[in-house]
Design a protein around this ligand. Structure first.
Ligand SMILES: *Cc1c(COP(=O)(O)O)cnc(C)c1O
Length: 234
């Protein structure tokens, strides 16, 4: 087996173990393979091992990969997980299946306008700035319900839940606190909008997936543990 195939097996095994420990069903947590900076060859290996959902952070790079697989008639599910500027919304609306980083009404409105009507609505997660970091994207928790209400009324977007990237920390208590807060917000959101299909709490990366699953994550976004370290030099 290649490294990537083997890594995928290990990551899935770890997800199962985390689910078991938390008395959760192993199918409650989806695996998003984060392929940013990695070549299509690596994605093909993952695809051949059964992985269908991939996350990309950079619009242009993501679109090149999406086009490649479209041309091969291979249908994958593409998630945009990077910060999005308003001049790039059209490319995301036209090419991706999900966007996990919506944090402004203006961005949501543009995506809604630009989503092609022949496609299914674009799946949306609201990004929460859960560690309250100055420099980070995401909204303050107090703004969640207002933004959700707005998105819930846009016909070409489909609100599916929340996403967060907590501040990395060695302090496990601190780390778990952030995930627990996210889980509370997720419950609030579902209770406020029972008519919407709010089913996704995207949190947990290579270094913190265990805590995230313990606190209710339904989608972990894993890059390094599947594809190896990233090289940003090119
Ligand atoms: C890069 C990235 C990941 C994957 O991180 P790893 O630590 O490599 O697993 C997950 N989520 C987001 C938003 C990212 O930018």
């Amino acid at each position: 087996m290649t490294d990537i195939q083997n890594n995928l097996v290990q990551v899935k095994k770890k997800i199962c173990q985390c689910c078991e420990k938390s008395f959760r069903g192993e199918n409650e947590v989806r695996l998003l393979a984060v392929s940013k900076t990695k070549p299509v060859e690596d994605i093909i290996v993952a695809y051949n091992s059964g992985q269908l959902a991939f996350g990309e952070n950079y619009v242009q790079e993501g679109i090149e990969k999406i086009r490649y697989f479209e041309n091969q008639h291979i249908h994958l599910e593409w998630h945009f997980i990077g910060p999005l500027q308003s001049n790039k919304t059209r490319l995301v609306a036209e090419n991706f299946d999900w966007i996990q980083t919506v944090d402004r009404i203006k961005i949501a409105d543009r995506l809604n306008e630009q989503r092609p009507h022949f496609k299914l609505p674009l799946n949306v997660l609201i990004q929460i700035n859960i560690s309250n970091e100055q420099s980070k994207s995401g909204i303050h928790p107090s703004e969640m319900l207002g933004l959700a209400k707005h998105i819930g009324n846009l016909p070409h977007l489909k609100l599916r839940g929340l996403m967060a990237i907590p501040e990395p920390t060695e302090d496990i208590t601190q780390q778990e606190l952030a995930f627990a807060k996210m889980n509370d917000l997720f419950t609030q959101l579902r209770e406020a909008f029972p008519q919407l299909q709010i089913d996704t709490l995207s949190m947990g990366m290579t270094d913190d997936m265990s805590s995230a699953i313990k606190h209710g994550s339904t989608m972990v976004r894993i890059g390094t543990a599947i594809f190896g370290r990233r090289d940003y030099s090119n």
